[in-house]
Design a protein around this ligand. Structure first.
Ligand code: AMP
Length: 218
């Protein structure tokens, strides 16, 4: 059976996590966020989590071997048989080459690139709030029903350490450098599409669906 695999590229704060979740619901396939998989390890205080936390708070990437293991383990679950959505992985050319090895020749790949300016990203990320259950909110764009309280579990929201302005700037520079290198090999193996990340959440979702339909992915 051929699987449809959607891979989101976008700088931190471009809304790729939100879009990956919405597309997952629409297609009935799981969205897989490597950032969230790592944060689960951090919350569980596992050896991997302890190691990853030190790098994550500085906006640095977790090493290739750990990420390979993490992604392999997640892709071994049964819920990916129809397809899945990757959010935050691959992040480097090395990781892209790694998933090309894991994927089957029959897998259909679609790369969704969410484009945004640095100014808009800074505005967005400094307003982002997280909950320890994994839910994400925004002070302007995705407010919780009750101020600073998670809609899903009722816990107090907080600002992720890697959402502080100095860390964001570093993450943005790194993102641009690394992602550019992936476009050419990605376009050889699958379809690439660009969407304007400055639009509203529902409009971006609509644009993604429209473009995927045009590519006959849906
Ligand atoms: P994210 O939630 O996607 O913004 O990821 C948060 C942090 O987790 C990143 O800044 C990295 O430190 C780490 N991380 C997530 N995905 C990867 C990946 N594919 N490779 C290396 N580190 C990652």
């Amino acid at each position: 059976m051929s699987r449809t695999i959607m891979i989101f590229f976008g700088p931190a704060g471009s809304g790729k996590g939100t879009q990956a979740e919405m597309l997952g619901k629409f297609l009935h396939v799981p969205p897989i966020s490597t950032g969230e998989l790592l944060r689960q390890e951090v919350r569980a205080n596992t050896p991997l989590g302890k190691h990853a936390k030190k790098l994550m708070v500085q906006g640095k990437l977790v090493g290739i071997d750990l990420m390979d293991k993490l992604i392999k383990k997640r892709l071994a679950k049964k819920d990916v048989t129809k397809g899945f959505i990757l959010d935050g992985y691959p992040r480097t050319l090395e990781q892209l080459k790694h998933i090309f090895k894991i994927f089957k020749a029959s897998d259909k790949l679609y790369f969704v690139i969410i484009e945004m300016t640095d100014k808009e990203i800074l505005k967005r990320l400094t307003g982002r709030r997280a909950c320890s259950c994994g839910a994400i909110y925004h002070l302007i764009y995705k407010k919780p029903k009750k101020k600073d309280i998670c809609d899903k579990c009722g816990k107090k929201l907080f600002q992720r350490l890697d959402d502080k302005p100095s860390v964001i700037k570093k993450r943005l520079q790194d993102y641009k450098k690394r992602t550019k290198l992936m476009f050419k090999p990605a376009s050889k193996r699958g379809e690439l599409m660009k969407v304007d990340g400055s639009k509203t959440i529902p409009l971006i979702h609509k644009e993604i669906i429209k473009k995927l339909k045009a590519l006959k992915a849906l």
